[in-house]
Write a protein that binds this ligand. Structure first.
Ligand code: IVH
Length: 681
């Protein structure tokens, strides 16, 4: 290939790669598969390696080219980088004040038309000026003091969303202003990776972005996941400047610069209020942090007329949202037990106003998180409250940690307590789980409502009518603490509950009474042992035959039960090791809860052990569930459909296609009487 041919090919490759970069990084809509992109990129790299004279700074291969700098060079801004007025009244009245001020400064009367504004987001990162000469990025500078900034071109070149060359016809000079930032997901991902490598994590996205751009080594900057949005202009020459700010942003997007889609052209104060409210709604769903919105008078001619005072233009105002992060101190670290027994460490804080409310507690999520963040009593911490999310401790400000004279921290690292703060039962934390839990499931007040609802559930003790609302009332009025109390309820206590008719109270008491006669499998399931679902409860009942055998079994014996592994076995052992739980069980039995108990051997000799049944139609005296319980108590299984594996079909009135299928396959068919004969009942 001649040098001329190579140059032509390199040029074509660059244009194509730039087009794909724009689609991928700016539009977020890839146009080629990664492999094809990689092929083009490697071809260009090979060409440039063979012909180094073809390499130019604007080539997509040259994103990370520079060496570490001793210091940044100063850059004088041709057009000063101004700062912005801030409206701190975060309510609609703030937007009204903004509009009123602009109208006054323009000398408008009440009957003059509404002002048109371009409304956009206020990004929370670092302001940058990008200078393109003949379409090529030649310099990037920080704001500095507004007159003079730092030359951070090498670092900015590593930001994939910033084009090294503009698309379309190139103006002689185009300076673009915008914000470099790190998105939340990129921030989390980057920090996870750093932690995994045992390297320091970034404190927050804003610091991360600013710190990355002010890195002297561009290779380091290149590792940081930086993003960019353009929001304005600096110097321009040979460019047709549009008549409005919104037109400027459209034009910047058209030459390949990333412009945020969340912007609008609105009219007057009401338009501003609407935008402020819409973006506030959207704020927590955005993948990056904003601390407010920015209103700009849309007409550039009007902007000129307004001019600026000292360093702030009169045509642009930042309208804030309540801060989502604040500093405060930790007064104590406690643990809480949740409805499911989950134990969560919580930091008690000196009251601080954040996210629009006063916060006094923040979650530390779990033991591992609390230790990772190493939050201690007396620490100054960053608290974050975004939207309706529970406030959390983001990080500790380590250099404000209270120390002893010897240079040692005043307070020790957090440790999870051994017992539940609510009921004193043992806390368990399986090796492979993040969450520690209270083991006092039947006894722990924090878990009462949940435990009772589960206990009464249709597949458990099947107490009809004992639902959410009733459990809520019974527990809140301290009438019921554990399932034992259900069986002590009298009509009087029930009728005294709000909105409880005597008839329904009597019905519920009858349902409670009826539930006393149950099966071992249902009873085990009703206990709410962690990891013991309905199927496992049935397996346990079948295998052991009686409850005392289950309670006495160690992990090894439990694992002889089909489908019971080490995790389930450990949960069961822990549950029965908690004396509070066993006490409740004893009281339930004493209160009359019973089930037909058998020896495991009795099941082995049962005529239907291991046989598969299908139930169809309506039986004269047994419900589906009752028949199912009887079969399972004797070691049989109940399947939903008839197949070659079906041993017996028990059919009642109005049996349908299952019966036909059983006949087709020659499966033995029983009615209820014959079924009772078979099982000897
Ligand atoms: S315009 C003449 N627009 O806010 C006003 N600034 O300016 C010049 N900022 O650190 C700024 N989002 O980087 C403008 N949509 C936006 C912005 C924005 C964030 C930052 C800017 C600077 C600060 C004050």
């Amino acid at each position: 290939m001649s040098l001329e041919q190579a140059a032509a090919r390199a040029k074509a490759l660059r244009r194509e790669i730039e087009r794909h970069n724009h689609a991928y990084y700016v539009l977020d809509a890839p146009t080629v598969p990664d492999a094809e992109y990689d092929r083009l990129f490697r071809e260009l790299q090979a060409l440039e390696a063979a012909h180094p004279q073809l390499i130019s700074a604007a080539s997509p291969t040259q994103r990370v080219g520079g060496k570490p700098l001793p210091e940044f060079a100063a850059v004088r801004h041709v057009v000063p980088m101004l700062s912005i007025r801030t409206e701190t009244d975060t309510e609609p009245s703030g937007a009204r004040a903004v509009d009123a001020r602009v109208r006054r400064e323009l000398g408008l009367n009440a009957d003059d038309a509404a002002i048109e504004y371009a409304a956009e987001l206020k990004f929370d990162g670092l302001a940058i000026n990008l200078r393109y000469a003949d379409g090529v990025l030649v310099q990037a500078a920080t704001r500095g003091d507004g007159e003079t900034g730092e030359d951070v071109t090498q670092n900015i070149r590593t930001v994939r969303r910033i084009p090294l060359r503009l698309l379309g016809d190139a103006p002689r000079v185009l300076e673009v202003r915008g914000e470099v930032f790190i998105s939340r997901p990129d921030f989390e991902r980057y920090n996870d990776k750093q932690r995994a490598l045992g390297r320091p994590a970034l404190v927050n996205p804003r610091n991360g972005a600013a710190g990355s751009i002010r890195q002297l080594d561009p290779a380091m900057a290149a590792e940081r996941p930086l993003s960019f949005y353009a929001y304005g202009l600096g110097e321009t020459a040979g460019w047709d400047v549009p008549a409005t700010h919104s037109g400027v942003l459209d034009a910047l997007a058209a030459v390949g610069l990333p412009v945020c889609e969340h912007r609008a052209v609105v009219q007057g104060a009401e338009g501003l209020i609407g935008f402020h409210a819409r973006m506030r709604e959207m704020r927590d769903a955005l993948p990056f942090d904003i601390d407010g919105v920015v209103y700009k008078v849309n007409s550039l001619a009007l902007q000129q007329r307004l001019g600026f005072v000292t360093r702030e233009p009169r045509w642009a105002v930042a309208h804030k949202y309540p801060a989502e992060e604040a500093l405060t101190t930790v007064e104590a670290i406690e643990v809480q037990a949740g409805r499911t027994g989950a134990i969560t460490p919580v930091a008690r804080l000196a009251p601080v106003f954040v996210g629009g409310v006063t916060v006094t507690n923040a979650t530390l999520h779990n033991e591992a998180e609390a230790r990772r963040k190493d939050v201690r009593i007396g620490d100054t911490v960053i608290v974050r409250r975004a939207g309706d999310v529970i406030p959390e401790v983001v990080a500790v400000v380590l250099d404000r940690r209270p120390m002893k004279a010897g240079g040692e921290a005043l307070h020790a690292a957090f440790e999870l307590p051994k017992t539940c703060p609510v009921c004193n039962s043992a806390i368990e934390k399986p090796e492979d789980e993040a969450i520690a839990r209270c083991t006092g499931g039947l006894f722990c007040p924090a878990q009462r409502k949940q435990a009772l609802l589960h206990f009464a559930g249709r597949r458990a003790m099947d107490i009809e009518g004992l639902g959410d609302k009733l459990v809520e009332q019974l527990v809140d009025n301290a009438i019921v603490k554990t399932p034992v109390d259900l069986y002590k309820l009298g009509l009087l206590a029930m009728v005294n509950l709000e909105r409880m008719a005597e008839k329904s109270a009597a019905n519920i008491l009858a349902a409670i009474e009826k539930s006393k006669h149950t099966t071992l499998a249902r009873f085990i399931f009703a206990l709410g042992i962690r990891n013991v679902g309905e199927a496992t409860a049935k397996d346990l009942a079948r295998h052991f035959g009686n409850l005392d055998a289950v309670i006495a079994a160690d992990a090894d014996r439990l694992q002889q039960v089909p489908d019971v592994g080490p995790v389930v076995a450990a949960s069961i052992v822990r549950f029965f090791a908690e004396p509070h739980n066993v006490e409740v069980i004893e009281q339930l039995r004493a209160g009359g809860v019973s089930w037909p108990e058998g020896e495991p051997a009795a099941i082995a000799s049962s005529p239907i052990a291991g046989k598969t049944f299908v139930l169809t139609g309506t039986l004269p005296t047994l419900t589906r569930d009752e028949a199912k319980d009887m079969i399972e108590a004797l070691g049989g299984k109940v399947a939903g459909s008839v197949s070659k594996k079906t041993d017996y079909v028990v059919a009642g009135a109005d049996a349908g296609s299952k019966l036909d299928k059983a006949r087709d396959l020659g499966v033995t068919i029983f009615d209820e009487r014959q079924f009772r004969e078979l099982i000897g009942r």
